[in-house]
Design a protein around this ligand. Structure first.
Ligand SMILES: Cc1cc2nc3c(=O)[nH]c(=O)nc-3n(C[C@H](O)[C@H](O)[C@H](O)COP(=O)(O)OP(=O)(O)OC[C@H]3O[C@@H](n4cnc5c(N)ncnc54)[C@H](O)[C@@H]3O)c2cc1C
Length: 377
């Protein structure tokens, strides 16, 4: 058990990873304090719609959260129909069980962030806003990416609309080379974004095309658009510990390197670190067993995606038709021998391409390049 049961467990960061850890600890009767450097929860996002995926293993994401003791009272719209498009041809798919849940991020009504913070507060967790915590000093470090060189940039808009609920993924080398663009609509609220893993300065042009293909050409009404977006970061994880802190979520480098998904890994790792605080179990060993395969899979998938440039879209379309999206995604996220073979190459490539040093100027340049122009909206 960490420290004395009399002193509060200290968590740095009130994102999904930190709040999940706080909830698990507080439910087990421990006193918990969460130090958050910003003035509110979810401040990294501002009403963006994100996907809580169900394809990477572990069953249904909401069921997994509930099994961890997390109440799923946030807006989570199950996606049972989806479209994959190259901008010209649409392929529609139906899913027996939700492919993912559309959730809201940021300090907005119904968001994941607000719901987790409310649960933590109701359990007596002391969340201190505007309180940065020095690296490596908390029991659990859930501080997110910490300004390493950007790995991915996402930019777009959220808006009100009378369009029906929808989920469309656009794979197209003009709109998002090596990345993807998407349109999500749930309950009269929409989000259209482009996610790039390369060529960051072109993001405005790419997003304009994605918006044309996903929104305008489909006659989707857009009211009161607001710019959203952000940066994904890559972090070289030498250890699951930093100083005396168990690292969780993106602070531990936990992210799917193929598409950037990280919410489930954040919550799962937060809960695992909390368990290790409660039981004294070896966190590094547990985290290594739980997450290393996922990291290898993501790194290998991205390497393959980037090196299969010529035929990748035809390959995806063929596989989608042959297997269906959920079987394809499930297969891609299960570890195969070729993941293990390719992962070291992928890791070397990532290290070369995204220098893992603290480079605030690069992050700021990328962030300002990513600020979308909503004037034409
Ligand atoms: C644009 C974008 C779109 C994304 N879309 C998806 C998606 O569709 N699906 C998905 O699963 N994932 C998605 N992700 C990834 C997902 O958002 C993250 O993986 C997830 O939020 C990580 O949670 P976390 O708790 O580890 O970190 P964060 O959410 O970054 O939270 C960390 C918190 O720590 C605070 N903090 C930082 N430093 C300190 C400090 N020194 N002291 C105290 N507090 C500190 C921060 O202010 C922040 O509140 C997306 C990411 C981006 C950028």
């Amino acid at each position: 058990m960490t420290g004395s049961a009399n002193r509060p467990v200290r968590i740095a960061g009130a994102g999904p990873a930190g709040l999940a850890a706080a909830i698990v600890l507080a439910r087990a009767g421990r006193a918990v304090e969460v130090l958050e450097r910003r003035s509110r929860c979810g401040a990294r996002f501002s009403g963006d719609l994100q996907g809580l995926e169900n394809w990477s293993g572990g069953g249904d994401a909401l069921a997994e959260f509930r099994a961890l003791g997390i109440t799923t009272d946030f807006h989570a719209a199950p996606c049972r129909h989806g479209v994959q498009t190259d901008g010209v041809r649409d392929d529609a798919f139906a899913f027996d069980t939700p492919a993912f849940y559309i959730v809201k991020r940021g300090d907005v009504p119904g968001s994941l962030d607000r719901a987790l913070a409310a649960q933590a507060l109701a359990l007596g967790v002391d969340i201190r806003f505007d309180t940065p915590c020095p690296e490596g000093t908390a029991d659990i470090e859930a501080t997110g990416p910490r300004g390493r060189a950007p790995f991915a940039i996402d930019t777009g808009i959220v808006f009100e609309t009378d369009a029906p609920d929808t989920a469309i993924a656009l794979l197209n080398d003009d709109a998002a080379p090596g990345g993807y663009a998407y349109l999500l609509v749930t309950g009269g609220y929409g989000c259209c974004c482009t996610m790039l893993f390369d060529d960051f300065p072109s993001i405005h042009r790419r997003f304009a095309l994605a918006r044309e293909l996903l929104v305008e050409r489909r006659g989707i009404a857009v009211r009161n658009p607001r710019a959203v977006g952000g940066l994904g970061h890559v972090r070289a994880r030498g250890s699951w510990w930093s100083g005396v802190s168990r690292c969780v979520g993106e602070a531990a480098g936990l992210q799917d390197f193929l598409w950037g998904f990280g919410i489930r890994l954040a919550v799962r790792s937060g809960a695992l670190a909390a368990e290790s605080v409660l039981t004294g179990a070896d966190y590094a060993a547990a985290a290594e067993a739980a997450f290393s395969p996922r990291l290898r899979i993501g790194v290998a998938n991205r390497w393959l995606w980037e090196h299969a440039r010529a035929g990748r879209y035809a390959l995806v379309r063929g596989a989608l038709h042959a297997a269906g999206p959920m079987r394809l995604l499930g297969w891609m996220h299960r570890e195969h021998w070729w993941h293990r073979l390719v992962a070291p190459l992928g890791a070397r490539g990532l290290r070369t391409r995204y220098p893992v040093v603290f480079d605030p100027s690069a992050a700021m340049r990328a962030a300002s390049a990513a600020a979308p122009d909503t004037s034409a909206a």
